[in-house]
Ligand binder design. Structure first.
Ligand code: PLP
Length: 426
């Protein structure tokens, strides 16, 4: 709808009508929290049999009893499971505890304090910068803020981050030490990086010898449909190009088994893994290996994981499809309201130029909480005040139905308010 075509009186009348409808809609005082991509209870119930069978699993492993100290790299069955998920060699994997974000944070801390391989510690260098494709994952940006890493915002395209912008920056500035990537069903755009983008990231010229790609493959097995997006294996490309030391990859079972209580892992070259393990030796006596055995026994292998993920998809898909259906009914062909159509992952990315903050505000008045506008950008600065991350996973279908009605009305109201303000300012 182009409200600019109407007279200001007409828009004011329409806004009043919409506000009345909104009051009626929100009268019941329903509350829906869509701020984060948390799995719904029904999803968390899927893997309860793992806990029920826990006492029957074999913890007395050949390499060492999982109930005892040791095996800092993780237990063999869990390493093998993640080697298959990452599609790398077992020597290239460390399996840790419940959160991949913790591993990412620790790896950056090691780089800060001790340096990457034989290079100077990052915190001895004048400035450290990371490339941050945006919209992106807010917690990546928070890690940068915590370490005082300067963030360079680069736009996401339908194929992944805009490589034409990235390549000249990383080729010329040795202070640029990293890039954040969520390469499959990206948070929040749902984009899976194209083969060309994967190749360019793995092979691009970098000025810093200690440059690292933070390949956060959080949604590696999180397809909503039977046919899944194919992501080119960046390790294969980097291995051939002689750049394998550049890649750090991360994943976890947070959205497979239990959020924050699953197992998380990283993959990297053997040289990197050995160096990271050296530092880990001083900061931990070892991971929770009992949980690792439980996961490996229950999930078995990649096809076992995919079986579980089908059950997740059956719960998640109707919510994504409801969003698509209702938003299409309301805004099909509307050039001012754009949203992503993800085939996997946990998020939908909504763009309404100059209106994001106001939409989130109006929706909150109706009891529907979205992630704060701007959160998907470094320093929380969305220049266009446009992007809102929608997290459909946690609410029930009924709650989603209500939340989308509230959102649709909030979009209409915010846009009409904007047109009125702009017209009056002329
Ligand atoms: N990485 C991305 C891209 C995410 O979206 C999330 C959670 O939403 C995480 C990491 C957190 O992963 P974990 O639970 O393994 O720390």
């Amino acid at each position: 709808m182009d409200y600019g075509k109407f007279s200001i009186e007409e828009v004011e009348n329409q806004l009043q009508e919409e506000q009345k409808a909104f009051k009626k809609l929100t009268k019941k005082g329903l509350q829906v929290d869509m701020t984060r991509g948390r799995p719904a209870k029904a999803q968390l119930d899927i893997c309860m049999p793992m806990l029920e069978k826990a006492a029957t699993y074999d913890y007395a492993l050949k390499a060492g009893d999982a109930r005892n100290y040791g095996q800092i790299q993780g237990v063999k069955p869990a390493i093998d499971l993640f080697a298959e998920i990452f599609d790398v060699y077992p020597e290239e994997v460390i399996v840790g505890d419940g959160s991949s974000l913790t591993i990412m944070y620790n790896v950056i801390q090691f780089a800060m304090q001790f340096g990457v391989l034989d290079n100077e510690p990052w915190n001895k260098q004048e400035k450290i910068k990371f490339i941050c494709p945006a919209p992106g994952y807010d917690r990546h940006f928070s890690i940068c803020e915590d370490f005082g890493i300067e963030m360079i915002t680069v736009p996401m395209t339908q194929d992944g981050p805009d490589m034409d912008i990235i390549e000249p920056i990383v080729a010329s500035d040795p202070a640029v030490k990293g890039i954040w990537c969520v390469p499959k069903y990206s948070n929040p755009t749902g984009v899976t990086f194209s083969d060309k983008v994967v190749e360019r990231i793995a092979t691009m010229k970098v000025a810093a010898p200690d440059f690292r790609v933070f390949w956060d493959n959080a949604y590696v097995v999180h397809s909503l449909y039977d046919t899944e997006d194919k992501l080119k294996n960046i390790f294969d490309v980097a291995r051939k190009a002689g750049t394998i030391d550049r890649i750090y990859s991360f994943a976890s079972t947070s959205k497979v088994t239990f959020a924050g209580s699953g197992i998380a892992a990283m993959a990297a070259s053997e040289t990197n893994i050995k160096s990271i393990l050296k530092h880990m030796f001083y900061c931990t006596i070892g991971p929770n290996k009992i949980n690792q055995v439980m996961h490996a026994e229950f999930l078995k292998d990649l096809s076992g994981v995919k079986e579980i993920m089908k059950q997740h998809a059956d719960i998640l898909r109707p919510k994504f499809e409801l969003f698509e259906q209702k938003m299409s009914e309301a805004f099909e062909g509307d050039e001012y309201v754009k949203w992503s159509h993800p085939k996997g992952g946990y998020f939908i990315s909504l763009d309404v130029k100059s209106c994001a903050k106001r939409i989130v505000e109006i929706a909150a008045e109706g009891g529907v909480k979205f992630t704060a506008a701007g959160a998907t950008f470094p320093y929380k600065i969305d220049d266009k005040n446009s992007n809102i991350r929608i997290a459909p996973s946690c609410p029930s279908v009924e709650e989603m139905d209500y939340a989308i009605d509230v959102l649709i009305s909030a979009i209409k109201q915010a846009r009409m308010e904007l047109v009125i303000t702009k017209t009056k300012a002329k």
